[in-house]
Design a protein around this ligand. Structure first.
Ligand SMILES: Cc1cc2nc3c(=O)[nH]c(=O)nc-3n(C[C@H](O)[C@H](O)[C@H](O)COP(=O)(O)OP(=O)(O)OC[C@H]3O[C@@H](n4cnc5c(N)ncnc54)[C@H](O)[C@@H]3O)c2cc1C
Length: 445
């Protein structure tokens, strides 16, 4: 439209000093060149595990297979096998020391940790946040951001409250933020005593988590979930943001996650960015495609409601690309008041982001960073890290018993992603073949 270019031109001022360097745009190579940083054993394990995960029966019957192997091999041997494979590939470890070791290893590769607290889908309402605190404490040295999964029962209740007539004014982010800060009891008239107590306890817990995180310079990135839960989550994030993302705080300290596979995300993102800007708040966004496609569609079909997701993969890609463009322009306009994590394994999206950052003169290690999962897509993460971008690997941690069911569930939700890791498998086997058959050192790009 007519406004776009004008906005762009005025916005460029903020980063004009960093402006595009001479010599044209140099695309990054995601051809496995950065694998030279990794040991042969690590590459072999990655190849084996990714191959296994792309095998549908293993993912479908993962839990049953785990139970069988425990019975046949005993829990010690079956545990050792899992540690050497899936657990070792995707999980940082169990103890604080193991997690610290993983963080150090990432740092030597030029990558940073994003601590993901592995809670099951329906933890008791206290579990998720308390686990978040534990993770936070166990990673004090890392000073990284923390991915914070929410607690489902609380959100379900809150979502129904938020959407109740008359509740919207009483449940405004500002009111919740005030209650959090003052510790005063918030009485919401449409809730009964028990629900009010539940809300109060949740706000107190949230406030403690945020206070603790802030004291450690750790940013909180709150995950997005199902559309049936997201309204409550967004309300809580807005309340936290009102309290912690204020001007002069050096934030954003609390970020929300936006899922591009939802039809209304681009519009909501634009609205929220504007609202944050008007309120003088810093704005932090983790941009993802979205992990719950099948479930969203199944629920919509069951309830006879409109499918909230994009009709096909290409439409999701277009949506992601538009959201990315919107956010990069916001960063370009508002500088450090606006932060973005490009949380994607998609090479096209990563390429688009790096290209636009260059065109808009956004510094490599500034308000825009990248996020990928531990053990996945290392050819993209390593290449980005080597080129000087800020790259976070999301690291779940926890005991084998806690984490394996979580991993299997995530693998089932992300079948298409694991199938899509084919290219990574090809690059891994190419590099391994070169090393084992002796092809001399690879030329570095
Ligand atoms: C650091 C990090 C944090 C994350 N946090 C969250 C989070 O908080 N909440 C969350 O929901 N997810 C989260 N995810 C997962 C994310 O949403 C994606 O599921 C995952 O990253 C795969 O998308 P991609 O962009 O990496 O790659 P791609 O493989 O290019 O994209 C796959 C994605 O495209 C979409 N898609 C595929 N087929 C279709 C279709 N037929 N129609 C419409 N869309 C389709 C789906 O969203 C699918 O997940 C996170 C991922 C990372 C790396």
């Amino acid at each position: 439209g007519g406004e776009g270019p004008v906005m762009l031109r005025t916005c460029r001022v903020l980063y004009s000093q960093a402006g595009p360097s001479a010599g044209g745009w140099q695309p990054l190579n995601f051809d496995g060149g950065a694998f030279h940083l990794k040991g042969t054993g690590e590459l072999a394990r990655a190849l084996l595990v990714l191959r296994l995960c792309a095998w549908p029966p293993l993912v479908t019957h993962g839990l049953a297979l785990q139970a069988w192997s425990q019975r046949l091999l005993g829990s010690r041997i079956s545990g050792a096998l899992l540690r050497a494979s899936v657990y070792g590939q995707f999980v940082a470890g169990e103890t604080a020391e193991e997690v610290r070791g993983c963080v150090r290893q990432l740092q030597t590769l030029g990558l940073r940790p994003l601590l993901a607290v592995p809670t099951e889908e329906e933890p008791d309402s206290a579990g998720g946040w308390e686990a978040g605190r534990k993770g936070l404490c166990s990673l004090q040295a890392s000073r990284g951001p923390l991915a914070l999964p929410p607690t489902a029962p609380l959100q379900k209740e809150l979502t129904s409250w938020v959407t109740r007539p008359g509740a919207s004014l009483e449940l405004s982010p500002e009111r919740l933020a005030e209650a959090m800060d003052s510790g005063r009891n918030l009485q919401v008239s449409c809730l009964h005593a028990e629900q009010n107590r539940h809300l109060q306890a949740a706000l107190r817990r949230l406030h403690r988590v945020a206070q603790h995180a802030r004291a450690q310079d750790v940013r909180l990135l709150v995950d997005a979930e199902y559309t049936s839960l997201n309204p409550a989550l967004s309300l809580l994030v807005a309340a936290l943001a009102a309290r912690w993302n204020g001007p002069g705080e050096g934030g954003p300290w609390v970020w929300n996650t936006y899922q591009a596979y939802l039809k209304d995300t681009h519009e909501r993102l634009g609205r929220d960015a504007e609202a944050a800007h008007r309120a003088g708040l810093a704005f932090g966004v983790k941009l993802v495609r979205g992990a719950y496609l099948d479930k969203e569609r199944a629920v919509a079909q069951l309830q006879g409601t409109e499918d909230p997701t994009q009709p096909d993969y290409e439409a999701t890609n277009r949506s992601y690309s538009r959201c990315l463009e919107l956010m990069l322009n916001q960063v370009s306009c508002h500088g450090p008041m606006c932060h973005l994590m490009v949380a994607s394994h998609n090479e096209e999206s990563v390429r688009q982001a790096t290209k636009r950052m260059w065109e808009l003169g956004i510094p490599l290690d500034g308000p825009v960073c990248f996020g990928q999962l531990l053990g996945m897509c290392d050819h993209v993460s390593l290449a980005l890290g080597q080129a000087g971008y800020a790259v976070y690997k999301s690291i779940p941690y926890g005991s084998l018993e806690e984490v394996i069911p979580y991993l299997i569930r995530r693998a089932q939700e992300n079948r298409s992603v694991l199938q899509g890791a084919r290219r990574e498998q090809d690059l891994l086997s190419q590099e391994l073949r070169r090393r084992l058959l002796g092809g001399g050192p690879r030329l570095r790009h």
